[in-house]
Ligand binder design. Structure first.
Ligand SMILES: [Zn+2]
Length: 141
């Protein structure tokens, strides 16, 4: 059997996990400023990659959501995902949006079984908002 450094490192890590955690924690608190700066620099340096991953994840959830909600507008049958929006059947979308932001919100909708969401195209969504008087009161149409 040949020596595999990766396997050795993994085994060493698993054996000394708690000790390593203690050492790392001690180092962090002794060099906190530096650690925070390093983390910030790393994020800045890999910004593009981070946003690409984020966008990919968001798109994945969005497509899953659209698929789950039927894949087309409930009123007119329009099916281009780029202009489909998730509509709250009884309104209250702004409140909901404040509560659950970002991809976490998508996940919550994905796991929601109350049926309070439906898929509408952008036009139908705005028309519905106007008909049901769900528009922002400050905006005048
Ligand atoms: Zn429509």
């Amino acid at each position: 059997m040949s020596f595999n450094p990766k396997e050795y490192q993994r085994a060493y890590y698993l054996k000394n996990k708690e000790k390593a955690a203690k050492v790392n924690k001690a180092w962090y608190w002794a060099h906190r400023e530096q650690a925070l700066k390093n983390a910030k620099d790393y994020l800045f340096k890999h910004k593009e990659k981070k946003y690409a991953n984020q966008n990919q994840r968001r798109r994945k959830y969005r497509l899953e959501l659209i698929k789950k909600l039927g894949g087309k507008c409930k009123r007119c049958g329009f099916s281009d995902w780029r202009a489909l929006q998730i509509d709250h059947i009884k309104g209250g979308g702004c409140r909901d949006k404040e509560l659950h932001q970002g991809w976490r919100g998508d996940q919550i909708i994905l796991n929601n079984k109350t049926g309070k969401y439906q898929l509408l195209c952008a036009n139908c969504n705005w028309i519905k908002r106007y008909e049901n008087n769900e528009t922002n009161k400050r905006l005048v149409f």
